[in-house]
Design a protein around this ligand. Structure first.
Ligand SMILES: [Zn+2]
Length: 456
């Protein structure tokens, strides 16, 4: 299994952008105007010995002109001012997207949709044109602003051109239909496509609002003050978990995963902290600032220091109910936890249950949070295994997905996954998914949607 190279993918996008206002059509138009007066030259009617030659040249120009008009000339593409997926739904095997655009209504789809159709390696080569080579060696060449696409050397002309809109490369929907005739269906802006021949049964992450399990919460991606998950479970009702206090909550899927981890492994840890409201986080933050000031720091220094130890309100993963702090008696929220039996076990094994060590020692410059060997975040499978195997933190993972768009992963049990990020397409508030199939859907707390699909 291979990936689209981050660099070539980015390159081709840039290259496509650069060609956005290609001067080719304009210069072709100019040459067109130059050619016309010659063909109608009055000299044709003179008795000059060159008249025959002039006539022949005129005819030749005419023929070239007609050839040019039919085979080469294209009206410049209209660039859309708007492109939006207004609804998106998943239904057993099909995904349906309702697309709103001001140009080429219902005829444009994101290039990503096409790329998801091909399993295995996709190579993108960006020069003046973008060449995509699929794993079965099918080769297509796209040119910014052009309705013509070469498929295995043969030119096909479509009703819509290849155009760039903000971060997205949009392609004619008919091209997808041409390449994957049984998988695409277009009807007036509504596009339905089969994601996989046969989707497996399995757990499915319901998605709504900020409730995505892959929501990135940090300084650059804060939460609204009033956000609170709706499916919190009191951990004390899951008898197996020892939690200090009586009001420790996690979101249901994370709570169930934690209970499973606890039941299958006798590690002897306890939960110190789960869900926290924005208000609770504000109190913790203010307490830390006050403590810092009492040591002689200025208010500014006190706040800066506090922000690396206690997340700034709105940037804490505890507010989304997916973060858990572990401890053992006598070792509560100190770095020493990394040397304890549970501390070591959790950092090496919790990924099997969908958890990751969120704030590592090596990547504090990326997370902006000190090393917290006690703080684990639920992101679900296979993402937790990817982070563990690749040694990256969650911030980096989302950054890579935003750049690469498609990721293939084979886990320890040889199960294969496709992770697909649809960028800038829609606001999370706009849609819901049903829960009856094996696809995980999550926002990343930005404008992206991440689909996690398990291959058969
Ligand atoms: Zn924590």
């Amino acid at each position: 299994m291979a990936n689209i190279s981050r660099r070539t993918s980015g390159l081709s996008r840039k290259k496509l952008n650069r060609n956005k206002n290609s001067s080719l059509n304009k210069s072709q138009n100019r040459s067109l105007r130059k050619i016309q007066p010659k063909g109608r030259s009055k000299k044709i009617y003179s008795r000059s010995p060159f008249s025959n030659l002039v006539t022949k040249v005129g005819i030749l120009f005419g023929v070239v002109l007609i050839f040019y008009m039919i085979f080469i000339f294209e009206f410049p593409a209209n660039y859309p001012d708007k492109f939006k997926v207004s609804t998106m739904s998943l239904d057993s095997k099909e995904m349906t997207m309702k697309i709103e655009t001001d140009s080429y209504k219902g005829k444009l789809i994101p290039l990503e949709v096409l790329l998801t159709m091909s399993k295995g390696e996709i190579t993108l080569i960006g020069e003046k044109e973008t060449t995509i080579i699929f794993s079965d060696n099918k080769k297509i060449i796209l040119k910014e602003g052009s309705r013509k696409v070469k498929i295995d050397g043969k030119t096909h002309k479509f009703n819509a051109p290849v155009v760039t809109f903000e971060k997205l490369v949009l392609i004619p929907g008919e091209l997808a239909e041409e390449l994957f005739p049984k998988k695409f269906n277009f009807d007036d802006g509504e596009i339905a496509f089969t994601l996989s021949e046969d989707l497996p049964e399995g757990d499915y992450q319901n998605f709504e609002g900020y409730d995505g399990y892959l929501g990135l919460v940090n300084r650059d991606n804060p939460l609204p003050e009033d956000y609170e998950p709706t499916d919190l479970v009191n951990m004390n009702t899951l008898k197996s978990i020892t939690a200090y206090g009586t009001n420790t909550y996690l979101r249901e899927e994370a709570a169930q995963a934690l209970a499973k981890m606890y039941n299958e492994n006798n590690i002897g840890y306890a939960m110190t902290s789960g869900f926290r409201t924005y208000l609770m986080q504000t109190q913790l933050f203010n307490e830390k600032v006050a403590a810092n000031i009492s040591t002689g720091m200025t208010e500014e220094q006190a706040k800066e220091n506090a922000s690396t130890v206690v997340a700034i309100p709105g940037t804490s993963e505890h507010q989304i109910g997916l973060a858990v702090d572990f401890s053992i008696p006598g070792v509560v929220l100190t770095e020493e936890f990394k040397n304890t039996v549970p501390g070591k076990w959790l950092s090496e094994n919790s990924y099997k249950y969908g958890f990751v060590l969120r704030y590592t020692k090596e990547q504090t410059a990326i997370t902006n949070i000190i090393f917290e060997p006690w703080h684990f975040r639920y992101i679900g499978f296979p993402h937790s295994e990817i982070l563990f195997k690749e040694g990256i933190v969650f911030d980096t993972y989302i950054k890579i997905l935003r750049e690469e768009k498609v990721k293939y992963f084979k886990d320890e049990k040889n199960e294969e996954y496709i992770i697909w990020l649809l960028s800038g397409l829609l606001k999370p508030e706009n849609f819901k998914f049903n829960t009856s199939n094996g696809i995980g859907v999550s926002s990343d707390n930005g404008e992206d949607i991440i689909l996690t699909m398990k291959e058969k």
